[in-house]
Each structure stands twice: as structure tokens, then as C-alpha cells.
Design a protein around this ligand. Structure first.
Ligand code: UD1
Length: 419
């Protein structure tokens, strides 16, 4: 198993480009199932989750070529309609093939993802939406089995603006018979990006990126080429890495509008954040003061940056509250931060963080993707050498993070450990 060794105490400075967004890459790849024509997606990051999605497409019979950051996929004929447990258990986002497969072939079998470190994460909203569009759905032997000769447009209301649920339903609706109106849809930039790709493929979609999306189904979609949006979570992580070290970091190739909530919170804490159309420069010259955050669906503060922001608050001056409203148990990093000397008290969905002057290095263990990133940030300011174990979680969503942090001056190396 691999781990990161981090020597804390170096101030990060410099410029680093953003990669393409993992959470856009996965649905974009799934969307290629909707057409028999070849599709090309550019700026695809080389991540474990992306490789899993490519394997899943290949298992379904899609011809996929990956060259650098360019993926070409052609689902001329699909030879299977099943997403097996072995792949789904390593990546919950495999559920994204459900809508496209069902819409294209009339049948899909996808292993139920099950729980994960950050909560139960049900998919009931995906299934209820598809059922309202006429799919017959049954759950047997751990698999969702969905069938529909052709889905029908429907009025759908989501109890919660689920991100992958919104994408699944929009992709399904793109080939349905009639108009689908999706209310309380997720507004995340990745949803908009997928819709932009679908429109290039010939889909008719209005209101993408807003809470009300209207999709007029078409008979067929064609191939398209698309360069995906930058990864706002990676960008935010790099901004916070710079900030926690009192550094001066510029991330290029970004879309600052996707990170408004983080930018405002950093400014409120006393950081200087300067933006241009495509760059964000974050500078910290004195100890930041504590601020409170509350995670919410976009444009609220992203839950995927909660752990990293909490690391920053653990060394800020004063007390702040981190409220997690999106996932019920996304606080596994708190106990690990405490092992590094952080002062954090958990009260239900709130973490009361009282900043300490200094964190101390320790051997810690990553439990999920973003929690791992938070531990790396904590290690950057801890005195001594921190060992973050189980970074396979981190590799699911960050491409060679140690290299990127190294470019900015951090001392982070990858080590292979036993056990
Ligand atoms: C996506 C992101 C993930 C991010 C999350 C929230 C991808 C691949 N992953 O995950 O990085 O942390 O959005 O921004 O894009 N829920 C239900 N029923 C459902 C679906 C969701 O109750 O059918 C609940 C979940 O348990 C959770 C909340 O809704 O509490 C948000 O989940 P959702 O938006 O679906 O997250 P994902 O799409 O899985």
C-alpha cells in the first residue's frame, strides 16, 4: 500500500495549472453510451476513477482509446448491459451508466453501490425518476434491473438536488419520448458541462445548470467532441494548500466563478484572493482567523472541500463551526486531525474547530478521497514528518498530487508500505 511522507513547514509558492474535472469526466464518459458514433473528450485527468469508468465502458462493449488526456469512445454496438459488482464497489459513480444504458438499449443491470465511508448514499432518487419515466425497476441479488422499451418524458421533482441523480435522469431523458421537466435539479458546474456535451450530441436541453431543467427527447444522438471543465475541487485543494502554509499560490486554467463560496470564505478569513478570467491567486501573509462554513449543494460551499477547509481552520486564530449538511457522516478526518493536535469537538452535523498554533506530525490514515486531501494539507503545516497511509483513496481523485505540491515547493514523497 502506498503512503505519502510529508515534511511540514515549507511555505508553498508558485503557479500550477488545473486538471480536468473528475466529476465531469465520469458522466461524460457514461454519456458516450447514448450514441453509436465516436465521441472525443479532451482534458481527461489520469485518475483511478477514470480508469475504472473506462474499464466499465469496455466491459459493456464500448471501443475506448485513451491517449494522453484525450479519450475517444465509440459504443457502436453494446455487447452487455451489466455494470458488475467488482467495478461498482470500487467506484460508486458507476451508477452513472444506468440512465444512458437503459435509454439506449432498453435494459440495464447495475450493481447497487452500497454504503461508503461518508454515509449510506442511497440511489432512490435515480430509481424513482426512471420509474416515473416508465422504467420497470426491480432489485434482485444486489443488482438494480431496469427495463423500458422506450422511456417517456415525465415531470420529476427531486427531494434533494442529487448530482449524479440529476445527470442520470438528464441522460435518460435525452433519448426519451417526449418532454421531461426536472425540478430541484442539481446546479453543479459538472451537470452543466454534461448538458453542454449532450447538446453538442444533438440533445435538446433548456435550463442546464439551474434548478429547473427541461429536456425534449430525441430519437438519436450523434458523436461530439468536448473539452471538459477544470476540476474546481482540485483547484480549491491547491488554493487551501497554499493558504495553510501562509503561501502565495496561483492556479491557472480555472473557472473562478465555480469557486465563489470558497473564495469568499478565504477572504473572510483574511486571505487575499485575486481572480482573473482563468486564474486564482491566493496569498496569506498573517495567521488567518476562524470562520464558519456550512456545506450545501452548489452554489453553496462544496462538501468536497469541507475536510480541506477544516484543516485550514484547525490552525486559524479563534473558533469556527464547520456544518456538514450534504452527507451524514463526513467527519472521519476529525479523529485523525485530533491525532495531529487539532482541537475539534463534534456535535452531530457540526464540528466546532478551535484553532491551535501548531499541528504536530503523526502517522494518520486516509478513509475517503477528500479526507485524504485534508490530511495532506494538515501534514504540510505540522512540525516533523507526517505519514498519510492508504492514499489509494487520494489517487481516485487527484492526479499525482505529490508532484503538484512539489512544484509549489512542498516536500511530499510517495512511499510503499507494508500493511
Ligand atoms: C456527487 C459527487 C461527489 C460529491 C457529491 C455532493 C460525483 C461523481 N460525485 O456525488 O464528489 O461529494 O455529489 O456534491 O459527481 N441522496 C439520496 N438519494 C439519492 C441520491 C442522493 O438520498 O438517490 C442523498 C445522498 O445520500 C447525500 C445527498 O443526497 O446525502 C447528496 O448526494 P449526491 O448529490 O447524489 O452525491 P453523488 O452524486 O453521489
Amino acid at each position: 500500500m502506498e503512503a505519502f511522507r510529508i515534511k511540514g513547514g515549507t511555505r508553498l509558492a508558485g503557479e500550477i495549472p488545473a486538471d480536468g474535472a473528475k466529476n465531469a469526466a465520469l458522466p461524460l464518459l457514461a454519456a458516450t453510451l447514448l450514441t453509436a458514433d465516436p465521441c472525443t473528450i479532451e482534458r481527461v485527468p489520469n485518475l483511478a476513477d477514470v480508469r475504472t469508468m473506462v474499464q466499465l465502458l469496455q466491459a459493456l462493449g464500448v471501443d475506448v482509446q485513451v491517449q494522453g488526456g484525450v479519450v475517444t469512445a465509440q459504443a457502436r454496438t453494446l455487447t452487455a448491459c451489466e455494470a458488475p459488482y467488482d467495478l461498482v464497489k470500487t467506484m460508486r459513480a458507476s451508477i452513472l451508466v444506468l440512465g444512458p444504458l437503459l435509454a439506449r438499449t432498453g435494459e440495464a443491470r447495475v450493481s447497487l453501490p452500497g454504503g461508503c465511508a461518508i454515509g449510506a448514499r442511497p440511489i432512490n432518487l435515480h430509481l424513482e425518476g426512471l420509474a416515473r419515466m416508465g422504467a420497470e425497476i426491480s432489485i434482485q441479488h444486489g443488482y438494480v434491473h431496469a427495463k423500458a422499451s422506450r422511456l417517456k418524458g415525465a415531470r420529476l421533482y427531486l427531494d434533494f438536488p442529487t448530482v449524479t441523480g440529476t445527470m442520470n435522469l438528464i441522460m435518460a431523458a435525452a433519448l426519451a419520448d417526449g418532454v421531461t421537466i426536472l425540478e430541484n435539479a442539481a446546479c453543479e458546474p459538472e451537470v452543466k458541462d454534461v448538458c453542454d456535451f449532450l447538446v453538442k450530441m444533438g440533445a435538446r436541453i433548456d435550463g442546464a445548470g439551474s434548478g429547473r431543467v427541461v429536456v425534449e427527447g430525441v430519437r438519436d444522438l450523434s458523436g461530439a467532441r468536448h473539452a471538459m471543465i477544470p476540476d474546481r475541487i482540485e483547484v480549491g485543494t491547491l488554493m487551501l494548500a497554499g493558504a495553510i502554509t501562509g503561501g502565495d499560490v496561483t492556479v491557472t486554467g480555472t473557472r473562478p466563478a465555480h469557486l465563489e463560496a470558497l473564495i469568499q470564505k478565504l477572504r473572510e478569513a483574511g486571505a487575499s484572493v485575486e481572480v482573473t478570467a482563468t486564474t486564482i491567486r491566493t496569498r496569506v501573509e498573517r495567521r488567518l482567523h476562524a470562520v464558519s462554513i456550512r456545506t450545501q449543494p452548489h452554489p453553496g460551499f462544496p462538501t468536497d472541500l469541507q475536510a480541506q477547509f477544516m484543516a485550514l481552520m484547525s490552525v486559524a486564530d479563534g473558533m469556527g463551526i464547520v456544518s456538514e449538511t450534504v452527507f451524514e457522516s463526513r467527519f472521519t478526518h476529525v479523529a485523525e486531525y485530533a491525532r495531529m493536535g487539532a482541537n475539534i469537538r463534534l456535535e452531530g452535523q457540526n464540528a466546532v474547530v478551535t484553532g491551535v498554533e501548531k499541528l504536530s506530525s503523526a502517522e494518520v490514515m486516509a478513509t475517503d478521497l477528500r479526507a485524504s486531501a485534508g490530511l495532506v494539507l494538515a501534514g504540510l503545516v505540522a512540525d516533523g514528518e507526517t505519514l498519510v497511509r492508504r492514499i489509494y483513496h487520494l489517487d481516485r481523485g487527484y492526479e499525482r498530487l505529490e508532484h503538484k505540491l512539489g512544484v509549489l515547493g512542498a516536500e511530499v514523497s510517495r512511499a510503499t508500505m507494508r500493511g
